[in-house]
Design a protein around this ligand. Sequence first.
Ligand code: PEP
Length: 252
Amino acid sequence: MKKLIAGNWKMNGGLEANAALLDALAQGLVNPPACEVAVCVPAPYLAQVQLLRAAKPTLSSIELGAQDVSDHANGAYTGEVSAAMLKEFGCRFVIVGHSERRQYHGETDTLVADKAKAALASGITPIVCVGETLAERESGHTEEVVKRQLAAVIHTNGHCISEIVVAYEPVWAIGTGKTASPEEAQAVHHVLRGQLKAATDQFARVKILYGGSMNASNAATLLAQPDIDGGLIGGASLKAPDFLTIIAAARN
Ligand code: PEP
């Protein structure tokens, strides 16, 4: 299976900066890349990135993703963006349940599962984030937390579960410069793989990404772990040389 390297721009960027970043990626990207590549951009810039992808052939190998989606199809939900709208702007992926949304917007396991369902119903692959806080890790609850988070998504999405991507993102490693060691990450990925195996005989199709301060220096060792199928990259995805180095490290 090809690995997937997905950038999460979070709430960063601007028309000029986005164009410059994509330009630098277009120049540095080996085409076709050895892995799948995506950028998950703030909603207002989906149209810009869609147009740039259409204009530059090298960029067509970078898939477009969003960072959140409504669990509703349409209606009186001010501020929300539906999966059908994301689809119209060429989104192939959408991140759901990022820890920043769980933490700052009170997203529950059930809501995250419903968002994954809404994405799948529109033909968009949800990148479902799971991960424990530092307190949960230190108290020995890592496995229980990530399994509970993934179980909700499995429960709601039934046989479609083989269509999702999972991202294991320990909360204590996101944006902190602290990375799970390759062994720590592999151990959790192995648990998640086992949970998927119990849920579907198509489990081998599900990519499990690692996210949390993955960068140009640590990517290769993390990506060499047997159950790490790619990365969800925050800060380092905003720097073209670093993102390109991570992409290059993701060949099988
Ligand atoms: C993320 O936001 O998903 C992430 C992993 O961020 P960072 O790489 O900056 O830790």
